[in-house]
Write a protein that binds this ligand. Structure first.
Ligand code: UDP
Length: 327
């Protein structure tokens, strides 16, 4: 790879990454993607592969040499590569921790060498079991015991955040940290546990819609295209540097109501069934009861936040179809 690119997108063949690449390319930007195709897929970026303004590197963020090479050829870095989904986190704990911690460390080191602006993707998982809804970026995070490996994901992303902020304060590296709340949309697979593609797939194939627990737990779902708009706006906002910023919708819905909306909008006759957590997850799993972002920081910095309502989101996903093997 000899050309220079405006953006490096790690995890660019994944769900969020591929939408981001499409958006960047459609606005005339040049993009290099680094992805190891562990959960991402070439089919997500197949329309981009032959373009001159697009370059794909199959490789891991765990390789410091590969990361250095890619970062040195790009003006800005959007670091999305990470372990994805509750199922991976539970079944592959070592990979989860190492990818999230060492991968981000490699990115930050390379960015420092090249003085490159970096956006680090984090997650609302870092709020853990906090009850202080809506979650504010400076609020306490409440994680469970280390014997419950579900929390390793939140802890690893929290460490990424600490490291990113430390690079910002110690080395003046231009860094933005974004905490994504449940981001959904066309092309997302349910294979790794994500609730909305699973529900839609179940509804469309007339299978039972599986609500885990009693369904009173809540989430706020935001449309991937709007999340990307926020990401790009933040990258262009100097006041965002050195800050952690929530990105999400504030439209809170219970998982049971989500199942009902999916069933109604898809015109499905699927039954909604409640599966006890003890059957849905390995022993000792703890779910989060409520997860709502405070988006005042995002609004203050960019003037907008994800707005699409859940019915619009569900319709858009149904229109575009769920990828094969979604369950
Ligand atoms: N969930 C569910 N049925 C499923 C998959 C997930 O009821 O088939 C629930 C899950 O227990 C959680 C919520 O949906 O309460 C969101 O799960 P997801 O894994 O999509 O994201 P999370 O917000 O937990 O990271």
């Amino acid at each position: 790879m000899s050309a220079r690119f405006e953006y490096l997108v790690t995890g660019g063949a994944g769900f969020i990454g591929s939408h981001l690449c499409e958006k960047l390319i459609s606005t005339g930007k040049s993009v290099c993607v680094l992805d190891n195709l562990s959960t991402g897929h070439l089919r997500n970026i197949e329309n981009l592969l032959s373009l001159e303004s697009f370059h794909f590197v199959e490789g891991s963020v765990l390789s410091a040499d590969t990361v250095n090479d890619c970062v040195s050829k790009c003006n800005e870095v959007i670091h999305l590569a990470a372990a994805v989904g509750v199922e991976n986190v539970i079944n592959k704990p070592v990979e989860t921790i190492e990818t999230n911690v060492n991968g981000t460390e490699n990115i930050l080191r390379a960015a420092r060498l090249n003085n490159t602006k970096v956006l680090i993707a984090s997650t609302s998982e870092v709020y853990g079991k906090s009850w202080e809804v809506p979650f504010q970026e400076d609020g306490d995070i409440v994680l469970g015991a280390t014997s419950r490996n579900r929390w390793s994901y939140a802890c690893s992303k929290a460490l990424d955040e600490f490291l990113a902020l430390a690079y910002s304060s110690s080395y003046d590296l231009p860094v933005v940290v974004c905490r994504f709340f449940n981001t959904v949309g066309p092309r997302q697979s349910g294979r790794y546990g994500m609730v909305l593609p699973r529900f839609i797939n179940q509804a469309l194939t007339q299978q039972p819609i599986t609500v885990f627990g009693n369904g009173t737990q809540t989430r706020c779902f935001s449309l991937v295209s709007e999340v990307i708009d926020s990401v790009l706006a933040l990258l262009d906002t100097p006041e965002a540097l050195g800050k952690v910023i929530n990105i999400g919708s504030t439209d809170e819905i219970t998982i049971l109501e989500l199942a009902r909306r999916v069933r109604e909008i898809s015109g499905s006759s699927s039954e909604i069934v409640k599966i006890p957590y003890s059957e849905a997850y390995p022993k000792g799993f703890e779910d989060m009861q409520r997860r709502v972002p405070d988006v005042s920081r995002l609004l203050g910095l960019t003037g907008s936040s994800p707005q699409a309502d859940i019915d619009t989101i569900i319709r858009q996903i149904i229109e575009n179809g769920i990828p094969e093997g979604a369950l």
